[in-house]
Design a protein around this ligand. Structure first.
Ligand code: AMP
Ligand code: MG
Length: 333
């Protein structure tokens, strides 16, 4: 199959909607990362997403809507808190989990009785959903396990020959996937951190952070967010988080300079690759730098410990999974 890349326009959006209406899949930009979209209510269309990504069937998809009215038919109930959060954070990088209605196929929900829903802030994404008139299941448009794509060319790397069309909407503004939350006893539980932070959600209810965010699940342990149990977001290179900052990180790396490695520092430092001074910039750059490691043929990536504040928790969470939870403690050497 020939894979076309087209800049977002009303014409390319119409072409995308035509493909989606016929049960096909199209990669679309969102403010978080690029998504691999198909009709969320068509089980065969959804199956082709899993096939293109090589994604495990038990890893549910997020359903994307373009207006609040599209939520009602997908769920059995909308809690008051969810309404308040939708009012404040939609459109935006917040995914909420609801009990699903019968129209949502089990293929979309990964066999769960719940459905994850989000309204993207990206205009191209909402325009395409609006033109379709049905919600789009849209997981990140990478091959399963690889770093999520934050630009159209990265989608092409993974999906060339597998999908007919990539809509190019430029570089993703946020760069890490949405915050995923569920509700329990009037509390908010963060299953995956993202651009809508614990601090922001804390203005509305008590917030708990699921232990899967910062720790590896034990084998056989039940996880609330199936996607979080896998090694993920990973380049071919071996990634290590180094639990050191500034001069201590530089000192650790100075002993590794002979290796074929990429050194990612928080801010500019001679001889290092800067992955950003602030958490916001780190989120924007992280996935493209992990892909760059492979482009360079690096065998190892050493990453300076990021701040875990705000969107920094999302950066840390993705890094942990890219590293397969390997954190080096240089002070204990
Ligand atoms: P991605 O589609 O790559 O952005 O990943 C979607 C994430 O949302 C994965 O970590 C899923 O496990 C999680 N997710 C989707 N639907 C649900 C659900 N119904 N319950 C819990 N987690 C979900
Ligand atoms: Mg993903």
């Amino acid at each position: 199959m020939l894979t076309e890349i087209k800049k977002f326009s009303s014409e390319s959006a119409n072409q995308a909607a035509d493909i989606l209406k016929k049960g096909g899949i199209v990669a679309i930009p969102t403010e978080t990362v690029y998504g691999l979209a198909a009709n969320a209510l068509d089980e065969n269309a959804v199956k082709s997403i899993f096939a293109a990504k090589g994604r495990p069937q038990d890893n549910p998809l997020i359903v994307h809507i373009s207006n609040f009215d599209m939520l009602k038919p997908l769920v059995t109930e909308i809690p008051k808190l969810a309404r308040q959060l939708a009012e404040r954070f939609w459109p935006g990088p917040l995914t909420m989990i609801f009990d699903k209605s019968d129209i949502v196929p089990v293929e979309t929900s990964g066999g769960l009785s719940t459905v994850a829903v989000r309204m993207p802030a990206n205009d191209a994404a909402r325009d395409i959903i609006e033109k379709c008139g049905f919600p789009l299941a849209a997981p990140s448009a990478n091959s399963s396990g690889k770093p999520s794509p934050t630009a159209a060319r990265y989608v092409y790397e993974d999906m060339n020959g597998k999908i007919p069309l990539i809509i190019d909407g430029g570089t993703c503004r946020i760069g890490v996937e949405s915050t995923v939350i569920c509700f329990k006893d009037d509390k908010i539980r963060i299953l995956r951190p993202g651009g809508v932070t614990a601090q922001m959600l804390g203005e509305y209810a008590e917030v708990e952070i699921d232990k899967a965010v910062e720790t590896a699940p034990k084998s056989g342990e039940k996880v609330l967010s199936p996607g979080m149990k896998y090694k993920h977001y990973s380049p071919k290179a071996n990634v290590y988080i180094v639990n050191a900052k500034g001069e201590d990180f530089a000192l650790f790396c100075s002993k590794k300079m002979s290796e074929n490695a990429l050194f990612l520092s928080c801010g500019e430092r001679e001889g290092f690759t800067d992955y950003g001074e602030t958490s916001k910039i780190q989120a924007q750059r992280l996935f493209s730098l992990l892909r760059k490691a492979d482009e360079m043929g690096a065998e190892t990536v050493y990453v300076e410990m990021p701040s875990k504040e705000g969107i920094g928790l999302a950066v840390y969470n993705r890094l942990l999974r890219a590293a397969g939870f390997k954190v080096i403690e240089p002070h204990r050497d």
